[in-house]
Design a protein around this ligand. Structure first.
Ligand code: KG4
Ligand code: ZN
Length: 341
């Protein structure tokens, strides 16, 4: 079965074909294309929703042509269409959803609306049959920070989440304060590599209180640190030390909460997913810390951590496999709890 996946919830137009017959029936990605709007939004220091929607509309058709060419198939070989139905920017979601729903109707194949965060959560399972349910998932993206207990596709219990900013957002804001371009995460990580993670101590809010997170105070802490080091903040070592200390505080907080979640659930398997799971410091620290408690961490290859069409195609496939399809109506959901799935 070949499922076309469409991701347009924010600033990436991602399309992919998931083919369940690949790899001796284990399934895999037949082809994928991705267009990032980063340059379009860079001038504004963040995503401008209306510009995002307009650009998705411009890119969807040529990207589909490119995808089919790469996969060496035609439209009529598509067996189903999966599109991101939410959460995300409503205008951006509507472009992919209408494009996908209409295409499915024209091809007379089923269509399914996918939860973006379920797409992230299932991405590490794509092509790795060593990972099976149940597990704890740390979902860390630009808009979400959650610890989820996953017992199966659609069986999710939120164990904890951020009460304010998401981790990715925090990386992006810190990058901005350090004068680094958007999106901040990969740029902060790059700068942090040359810094000392112990140069400055940054706060770890709610560290000893349950499984919720709070990152809004981090913004002020980084702001104050930059102010306190004013004059020396154009010194590359100081900037790298700030980036490194910030990253260390975030990674340390996430690691401790993950261990707490594993302890609370009695599970020994952790999946990390979403854009921030591409961060190598987070991966390394979790690997080391989990080894000590006899647990394991799994993650997707970097290109499947940040937004992409393959994760939507795969989540769509899992849902279709369970006999689910969506009718002809297109109702996108900008705010959507995973627990309601
Ligand atoms: O999952 P994603 O691509 O989009 C959303 O669903 O939000 O996540 C994007 C977020 C951005 O905030 C970006 O700065 C962050 O993930 N990110 C990273 C890294 N790569 C992307 N954060 C830290 N380190 C990275 N290497
Ligand atoms: Zn995402």
């Amino acid at each position: 079965m070949k499922v076309l996946g469409l991701e347009t919830s924010c600033d990436e137009t991602g399309l992919a074909i998931y083919d369940s017959t690949l790899n001796d029936g284990k399934g895999g990605v037949l082809a994928q294309v991705l267009y990032s709007q980063v340059e379009l939004h860079a001038t504004y220091g963040g995503v401008v929703p209306e510009l995002a929607s307009r650009d998705h509309i411009r890119k969807l058709t040529p990207l589909l042509d490119e995808l089919l060419k790469q996969a060496n198939i035609t439209k009529t070989d598509i067996d189903a269409v999966a599109y991101t139905k939410g959460p995300g920017l409503i205008g951006a979601l509507m472009t992919g959803a209408l494009f996908g729903r209409t295409l499915a109707y024209a091809l007379d194949v089923p269509a399914i609306g996918v939860h973006h965060m379920e797409g992230h959560l299932l991405a590490p399972l794509l092509g790795d049959d060593n990972i099976n349910f149940p597990f704890v998932c740390l979902l860390v993206s630009g808009g979400h920070t959650m610890l989820v207990r996953a017992d199966g596709v659609g069986q999710y219990e939120i164990l904890g989440e951020s009460i304010d900013d998401a981790v990715g957002e925090c990386f992006d804001k810190t990058a901005k304060m350090l004068g680094l371009p958007y999106p901040g995460g990969p740029n902060v990580e790059k700068l942090a590599k040359n810094g000392n993670p112990h140069a400055y101590t940054l706060p770890r809010p709610l560290l000893h209180q349950g499984l919720d997170f709070s990152f809004s105070g981090m913004k002020t802490a980084v702001h104050n640190l930059i102010k306190d080091t004013a004059g020396s903040d154009d010194d590359p070592t100081v900037r790298a030390d700030i980036a490194s200390s910030f990253q260390y505080a975030v990674v340390d907080t996430l690691t401790k909460k993950c261990i707490k979640a594993l302890k609370q659930t009695g599970l020994k398997k952790l999946i990390i997913a979403g854009g921030v799971s591409a961060n190598l410091a987070l991966r390394t620290q979790l690997e080391q810390a989990l080894q000590k408690v006899n647990a394991h961490v799994h993650y997707a290859p970097i290109h499947l951590c940040t937004d992409n069409g393959a994760m939507i195609a795969y989540a769509g496939f899992c849902r279709l496999n369970m006999g689910q399809t969506d009718d002809l109506s297109v109702a996108c959901v900008p705010r959507w709890s995973m627990e309601s799935l």
